[in-house]
Design a protein around this ligand. Sequence first.
Ligand code: ATP
Ligand code: MN
Length: 535
Amino acid sequence: MSLTTIAIPTKGLEELGLHSTNNLLHYQLSADELVQDTLRLHQGELNNTGALVVKTGEFTGRSPKDKFIVIDEITENSVHWNDFNIPLDEKYFHCIRKKILDHLNVQPELWVRDSYACAEPRYRLNIRVINDNPWSNLFAYNMFLRPEEEELDHFTPDWHILAAPSLKLDPMECGVRQHNAAVISFKHRTILIAGSGYTGEIKKGIFSILNYILPHDKGVLSMHCSANIGRDGDTALFFGLSGTGKTTLSADPDRKLIGDDEHGWTDQGVFNFEGGCYAKCIDLSAEKEPAIFAAIRNGALVENTNFYPGTLEIDYTNKSITENTRVSYPLHYICNAKEPATGGIPENIFFLTCDAYGVLPPVSKLTPAQAMYQFISGYTAKVAGTEAGVTEPKSTFSACFGAPFLPLHPGFYAGMLGEKLKKHNANVWLINTGWTGGSYGTGSRMKLSYTRAMISAALNGQLNQAAFETHPVFGMAMPTSCPGVPSTVLNPRNTWADKEAYDKTAGSLAKQFITNFEKYASGVAPEVLAAAPKI
Ligand code: ATP
Ligand code: MN
């Protein structure tokens, strides 16, 4: 498809403050053209399957401490100001915006792309993304929804993203912490990104604003979850913090993928916010994750990986740049993607946790009250960084499984989910994709094939037929058998050689849950409080 017929929206860009006198403006390039531009500028290489491989520079992950929301008449009393929603005075927004525009105006080339978020037309949000490099623009092409060519003549952006990764801010002058920042202004409907080339900032910026607009203004629950749909049209959601398995487990050959990270839930059903996936690449293999592996081809954008020396074959085990190696690709690169990316009211909801303590059962069923308790807690436990000798897991409690992206009070989202669970009677399952047989250091991570089998059994109704036992501390119902999974792994205590150590670790994790929940205790129903673990 030739895009040369598309007129550049010069007027809109002029109004924004972009005077394209110095630079060559590339508007709405195809993925192929963006790949060619990246190669021409020596900013990336093709691997042996034709995917574009780039390095994002200083930042290889999001920088939550440098994400700001402009405090103004819209946000002052509605945003839940906390460590993730850091207020920034409007004067600094104008200062940073001017710096970015000045920077963009002197670049030799700019890439502009019109796209949108939300697969449900009623909630469509038009986004204009402006980049000073072609591969960031390819990321926007892959991750947002792609308007038809005829829609572009009348395209009016609702929001703008201005990204200047190579611009370093003066923190004193700009009111920020250090040289990089991502700034959201609801009043000016603009996301500013300076100093970071990590593409995830682009997608999570839009996610953050939708997490405000949809629940606050439109009565739609926004969720940090993946979603897929079975042959019979049954929808499943997978909530979980980073690294717990949303992307991996939603790519299921027996079900159509709706989306891997961000969704809305209306009275009619669910819809994806995005038009693509952003998958982790670390230790990726064709055997374990065939759908994701096969998506790494022409048009896919791979970030921060290395090749095997002297080849163009990516070494997915190499963590020398970062453990957070990633690939973005359009949703339809997964062979069984749902088009349009919508589904009905969810019948099964999975809360994914990667419990590096090895305490929580690999699959269990939650009562509605337990579900609310787990949702508000938002627990996972990572393996501690890479410091030598540190083997202690580190727990994270992130409300609604997504606190860094939620501008409103967690109670807002939890309340909406609670209503929906009550109304629609969905099954809620807790899945521990983390450790079994001991904590990190002693035990091992649950086999992916077992986790997949547990999820399949839950989805096809087999698990509902199983006998259950109750976890003595956490209270959830653990099946005693599950097709495709050895029964010995289903009760975590059984998998530990040292039962006393299990009880001790379970007790200390329970304490962490209880301490974390104290701040929510006054705002929840008595039955939710009663779903706390018992020490
Ligand atoms: P993000 O929010 O950062 O995108 P995510 O929830 O999508 O995170 P995944 O990208 O699916 O997380 O990451 C899960 C990782 O854990 C993958 O690299 C996967 O291969 C690995 N893994 C190992 N064992 C399991 C298991 N039993 N279940 C799920 N994932 C597992
Ligand atoms: Mn993911």
